[in-house]
Ligand binder design. Structure first.
Ligand SMILES: Nc1ncnc2c1ncn2[C@@H]1O[C@H](COP(=O)(O)OP(=O)(O)OP(=O)(O)O)[C@@H](O)[C@H]1O
Length: 262
């Protein structure tokens, strides 16, 4: 039997007597890209935090390569997992290269991290940040900072990359490009995504959270159905022919009553 790279067994989260996530079981194999989607407050970030070891589950367990997360040291965990979250606020005076170099700390330690500059430079190249090498974090735009976080995470060479709403603050084109970039790394990824249009091109599997429960776990085509999208998000989805190209368009129709004729 092959051991899943990441496995959650009936994990649940409680806070102040409330269930934030009810028992979720799922596994992620090497090379998969799992998107976690769902409405605001559905429990996506809480689930992601349990999967990456940032939040110990109240019930159940998470295993990385068969080993319980709560039984491995934070240093070992950092070798296996990198997280690009929404809360990272690096010192704006930090040079970009020094920031990305922090990704090497789990491998080389704080003192010897400078010895692995080639890996750091490669991470900057892969994220298109080499032209900004001499810049500080504070001088970067929101989108560039997002890519800097990604560069730090890939410099860490984790087994799994966790992303929490990585396309926030990005313009529509940059959103697609960022996820295309991540998919191109060939890494195992677990990502909370809000933009439903980006899910199918990016993810190999989708976990749909609703009301603190795992509502569905399926391939994008089977998860993003008309019925499920209406049930969970209260919007319609249509698959239409592209007017000028030979391909299908998936359109999420968000009701806007303000502009409807009365
Ligand atoms: N420490 C906490 N104490 C109490 N409630 C919490 C705590 N952390 C999260 N919650 C609540 O749990 C629910 C799920 O939160 P979570 O951040 O996981 O949702 P989400 O699906 O990621 O939402 P969003 O799309 O808005 O980011 C929310 O109602 C939130 O207010």
């Amino acid at each position: 039997m092959t051991v899943a790279l990441l496995e959650a067994r009936d994990v649940a989260a409680m806070a102040n007597g409330h269930r934030l996530v009810h028992g979720v079981s799922l596994s992620v194999s090497a090379g998969e890209r799992l998107a976690i989607i769902g409405p605001n407050g559905a429990g996506k970030t809480t689930l992601l935090r349990m999967l990456c070891g940032a939040l110990p589950p109240s019930v159940g367990e998470v295993r990385l390569s068969g080993r319980r997360l709560d039984r491995i040291t934070p240093a070992e965990r950092a070798l296996g997992m990198a997280v690009v979250g929404q809360t990272d606020q690096p010192d704006p005076r930090l040079a970009l290269i020094d920031y990305v170099e922090l990704g090497r700390v789990p491998h080389a330690g704080l003192g010897r991290r400078h010895e692995e500059r080639d890996i750091v430079v490669e991470a900057l190249r892969r994220t298109g940040l080499l032209p900004l090498l001499g810049r500080t974090i504070g001088s970067l735009s929101g989108g560039e900072r997002q890519r800097a976080q990604l560069a730090r995470a890939i410099a860490q060479e984790p087994k799994i990359l966790f992303l929490d709403e990585p396309t926030n603050h990005l313009d529509p084109r940059a959103r697609g490009e960022l996820l295309e970039l991540v998919a191109g790394f060939g890494m195992t990824v677990v990502a909370v995504l809000h933009d439903l249009a980006l899910v199918a091109p990016f993810a190999t599997r989708v976990a749909v959270m609703n009301n603190a429960r795992l509502h569905a776990l399926a391939a994008p085509h089977d998860a993003l159905t008309q019925q499920l999208i209406r049930e969970v998000f209260g919007i319609d989805v249509f698959r239409l022919r592209h007017p000028t190209e030979d391909r299908e368009l998936t359109v999420f129709d968000v009701p806007n009553r303000a502009s409807s004729p009365s």
